[in-house]
Ligand binder design. Structure first.
Ligand code: 9WN
Length: 415
């Protein structure tokens, strides 16, 4: 995925964002709004760092895995240093970990990013990879043991998906009681425009789910069995499937027996048809408490390409959603009534998801589609800067500025 470098000035800005968001061994997603280390943001940051500082890239992944739980989970937030600028902080999560962390995970892109980094310089990365490999293996085993009971990957909280308020989760969220969570003060809406963030009803339910986890001591089996929310996520299913293959490739490069990982990948691949919804003609989230499909198609469905899953129907659906907007891939279906072009994961185009989709499309030989995605993403960044997400219709920049993963995908892919 090498592109001619089209703007040295933007390259320089992107590097400055990564180094400016570096808090010493880890990066924050953006200053102010997200003052801690987030899981999948860090994996993308590592990929970005690898374009100019390979050693720093491996360190980012090391720091992420230094917060791994004894059961193998790598948490979605690591609260290295207290910061009142974010809610809910470590006191609300109450996981009792050291360092303090949240109690859920996030999309496992780390092995995919580690492979991209390793392949930039295998010699220089061999020892770093050797140290990381058993930790990544333990995390993938955790996904398999704690989240793949139904075959595909389940999430226990919308934050686990990384696509917090996308319409996929609406049917599962409807069953969560957010009325008894008590008083709290959000911090996100003090940093960015509230109309671009999830609403209060969503936040009440997010907090109710955190309180359930805390009250049962973050017992993952209890959360899966009796927690308020459990939905099959096409996004993490495809990301994990891809990551299993990348982890196996890394294991082989180190001379390990990778048959266990290959087995996990085969089982997960066999379960993928269970999230195909013939009615919506797409891969769809499913409420595992009722078996019902969400009936919503969003960008996660098209991460299928990343996992070597493709079909003419998927291609046709991708074109339908994409041709309805102008800038990159919409996070929700523009033809649906929920579509909201600036409300977080309910419509906006996310550079980081565009990059993942493009990796998949390139690997499947869809070079024209991958190039269109790159060009449209680059146009957004060139016109407005390194924002968190963008209105896919008119390109309005949204959310946080000077964003780590937007800078990272510029250096590695879009720029
Ligand atoms: C909750 C950091 C994270 C991303 C997620 C994105 C958003 C957090 C929030 O920010 O989630 O985890 O408070 O909104 O949805 O994908 O990792 O950039």
């Amino acid at each position: 995925m090498t592109n001619p470098r089209i703007s040295p000035a933007l390259d320089e800005q992107a590097r400055a964002i990564l180094t400016g968001n570096d808090r010493g061994g880890y990066t924050v997603p953006t200053d102010g709004l997200y003052p801690y280390q987030w899981n999948w943001d860090s994996a993308f940051a590592a990929w970005g760092f690898a374009t100019f500082d390979l050693d720093r890239a491996w360190t980012e992944l090391d720091t992420l895995f230094s917060a791994q739980w004894a059961d193998g989970m790598v948490p979605h937030i690591i609260f290295h240093k207290p910061d009142p600028g974010y809610f809910p902080g470590p006191d609300v999560w109450g996981t009792g970990q050291s360092p303090e962390t949240s109690g859920i995970s996030q999309p496992p892109v780390a092995a995919t990013m580690a492979r991209l980094i390793f392949e930039m310089d295998a010699e220089a990365g061999r020892d770093r990879l050797a140290a990381l490999y058993p930790r990544m293996l333990a995390w993938h085993r955790w996904w398999r043991d704690q989240r793949c009971g139904s075959g595909v990957v389940a999430i226990t909280h919308p934050w686990e998906s990384g696509r917090d308020n996308c319409p996929d989760w609406d049917i599962g969220m409807a069953n969560v009681d957010g009325s008894n969570v008590g008083e709290y003060t959000r911090r996100d809406t003090g940093h960015v425009d509230a109309s671009m963030r999830p609403g209060k009803a969503d936040y009440d339910r997010y907090i109710a789910m955190v309180q359930f986890g805390r009250d049962c001591g973050w017992d993952q089996s209890e959360i899966v069995a009796n927690g308020p929310f459990l939905m099959a996520d096409p996004g993490i299913t495809f990301i994990l499937l891809r990551a299993h293959d990348d982890l196996a490739a890394l294991g082989r490069a180190l001379g390990h027996d990778v048959s266990e990982v290959e087995g996990w990948a085969a089982d997960l691949r066999a379960a993928v048809p269970s999230i195909w919804n013939a009615e919506t003609r797409g891969f769809d989230a499913r409420d595992l408490k009722t078996g019902r499909f969400s009936g919503r198609i969003g960008s996660a469905a098209f991460l299928a390409y990343l996992a070597n899953v493709e079909s003419p129907e998927l291609d046709a659906r991708m074109t339908e959603l994409w041709d309805a907007v102008r800038y990159g891939f919409p996070s929700a279906d523009p033809a649906s009534e929920e579509f909201d072009p600036r409300r977080y994961w309910r419509g906006p185009s996310w550079p980081v998801v565009n990059a993942l989709m493009a990796i998949g499309l390139t690997d499947r030989g869809r070079h024209a589609a991958a190039e269109r995605l790159r060009r449209e993403t680059a146009e957004l960044i060139e016109a407005h800067g390194f924002f968190e997400y963008f209105d896919p219709i008119d390109g309005t920049p949204c959310g946080g500025d000077a964003f780590t993963w937007t800078a990272a995908i510029w250096l590695t892919w879009a720029g």
